[in-house]
Design a protein around this ligand. Structure first.
Ligand SMILES: Cc1cc2nc3c(=O)[nH]c(=O)nc-3n(C[C@H](O)[C@H](O)[C@H](O)COP(=O)(O)OP(=O)(O)OC[C@H]3O[C@@H](n4cnc5c(N)ncnc54)[C@H](O)[C@@H]3O)c2cc1C
Length: 269
């Protein structure tokens, strides 16, 4: 009899577009800005999964005008309507939501260019963004008690959220390729956590680091990967081909694409 991998739970949420206001900007490092958003539209905001994402809609350059997409009468994005090319949207992780204070924290990595980076670098209290989602939340099966979390700077918010929720009887092996300044990003957990980092300034990459890290038995392994899309594909292929990790125990997403704007996508197949 072949064993099947435990099945994750997917919770769907009705799609809502919200207007959120910058309440506070906190520089976490030279390349990471924490932005605290508030606003009445957050009264029914729900983020149930540790790697949930929202779509943020940014203003047209040089203005405060945010163009939002049309929603269908059922509340989904209206796929029949032509997409307005002026819409500037990027995906981000809700790092923390404080229901009582109605405050949403999002951590922005600042890189070379792009509307999200440019906006985050100049963000000030009182400015507004549009936000859609999360559309769905993904909950890993709790029978998987050893977590292999692999990512770059853009994955730090989701990795930090995951670690915070793990109980003491879980273990986590974390592989990070982040810039020097983001080594100070706080990662806190009740679980037993081992962190391995790529050497900065060298040629070490996440795929080469993965090859030398000793992995636990795959039976209870929950793998989560997010980074540049080609890196994610290489990591996932290696785990399936060389470590025999069942596909159903791996959740992998390209969070950005080299030399291409607005490019995240789930890696499957
Ligand atoms: C589900 C999901 C959750 C995400 N969560 C977060 C989050 O919480 N915090 C966060 O900072 N990012 C997060 N990202 C990544 C973020 O959406 C991308 O980095 C996005 O491309 C940034 O938009 P931009 O306008 O700054 O740059 P773009 O206009 O999209 O790109 C401009 C140029 O910058 C390059 N580029 C894009 N991103 C990076 C990068 N990270 N490092 C180096 N070069 C880059 C592109 O290749 C392109 O050449 C997430 C992505 C996904 C899919």
């Amino acid at each position: 009899m072949t064993e099947t991998a435990p099945i994750p739970t997917k919770i769907r949420h009705k799609l809502r577009l919200r207007r959120i206001e910058v309440a506070q900007v906190i520089p976490l490092s030279e390349t990471m800005r924490r932005i605290v958003f508030t606003g009445d539209d957050l009264h029914d905001f729900v983020t149930a999964g540790v790697d949930d994402h929202v779509k943020l809609f940014f203003p047209q350059p040089g203005t405060s005008e945010v163009i939002l997409p049309d929603l269908s009468p059922e509340g989904g994005s209206d796929r029949s309507a032509p997409r307005d090319p002026r819409i500037l949207a990027r995906d981000y992780t809700p790092r923390r939501f404080d229901e009582e204070r109605q405050e949403l924290i999002i951590d922005f990595v600042l890189h070379e260019e792009g509307p999200a980076t440019q906006w985050a670098a100049q963000a000030k209290p009182g400015q507004y963004l549009g936000m859609g989602g999360p559309r769905a939340s993904h909950i890993a099966p709790d029978t998987l008690t050893h977590h292999l979390l692999i990512g770059d700077d853009t994955a730090l918010p989701a990795i930090a959220r995951t670690l915070e929720t793990l109980p003491p009887n879980h273990r986590a092996t974390v592989l990070l390729d982040t810039r020097e300044t983001d080594k100070t990003y706080p990662l806190v957990s009740h679980a037993r956590v081992e962190i391995h980092r790529c050497q900065t300034g060298g040629s070490e990459t996440l795929p080469s680091l993965l090859r030398v890290v000793v992995l636990p038995s795959v039976k209870k392994l929950n793998v989560w990967i997010a980074a540049e899309i080609d890196v994610v594909r290489a990591l996932r292929d290696y785990l399936i081909a060389e470590e025999a990790v069942p596909r159903g125990q791996i959740r992998a997403a390209g969070y950005w694409r080299r030399d291409s704007a607005a490019g995240g996508e789930r890696v499957e197949g």
